[in-house]
Design a protein around this ligand. Structure first.
Ligand SMILES: [Zn+2]
Length: 145
């Protein structure tokens, strides 16, 4: 059995649920692809629906299809990428705050220098926590622990 819609094989966004016995949709009356979820597609960030077919699969309106394991892997990759970006941002914030603290100190703006020094310290503490987490996670993945 083909999973493609027989009525509009190249245009049908609901080809996974459409069959020859399904009544033709009225213009503007788009049938649902499946059950709505609170999940988003890692590729296009569109909403995902859970397909009604026998196996658990998810699709977005663009047509990206996901098994639960593929979705979990994609979410994990996106999360790790975001954490490395956060770490780089914290390192840059610490470096800029350190630079601005030194400049403020050089021109006698002691309160500003203290404020920048505090921002540097906060960024360094947060970066240290995140760096340790990412390195521990990387070691666990390398050893399979
Ligand atoms: Zn998508």
């Amino acid at each position: 059995m083909s999973r493609r819609c027989r009525r509009r094989p190249t245009l049908c966004a609901w080809r996974w649920t459409c069959s020859s016995t399904t009544p033709a949709p009225v213009s503007g009356d788009t049938p649902p692809l499946g059950t709505a979820t609170n999940l988003t597609c890692p590729e296009c960030h569109g909403s995902l629906v859970e397909m009604p077919a026998g196996s658990t699969r998810y699709r977005c309106l663009v047509g990206h299809a996901w098994t639960p394991d593929a979705l979990l892997d994609a979410y994990g990759g996106g999360l790790e990428s975001a954490m490395w970006t956060a770490l780089r941002t914290l390192d840059e914030k610490a470096a800029l705050s350190r630079h601005m603290a030194a400049r403020s100190h050089d021109v006698g703006r002691v309160l500003m220098a203290d404020r920048y020094a505090n921002q540097e310290e906060e960024a360094l503490v947060a970066a240290d926590v995140l760096r340790k987490y990412l390195l521990r996670r990387g070691m666990r993945e390398e050893t399979g622990a």
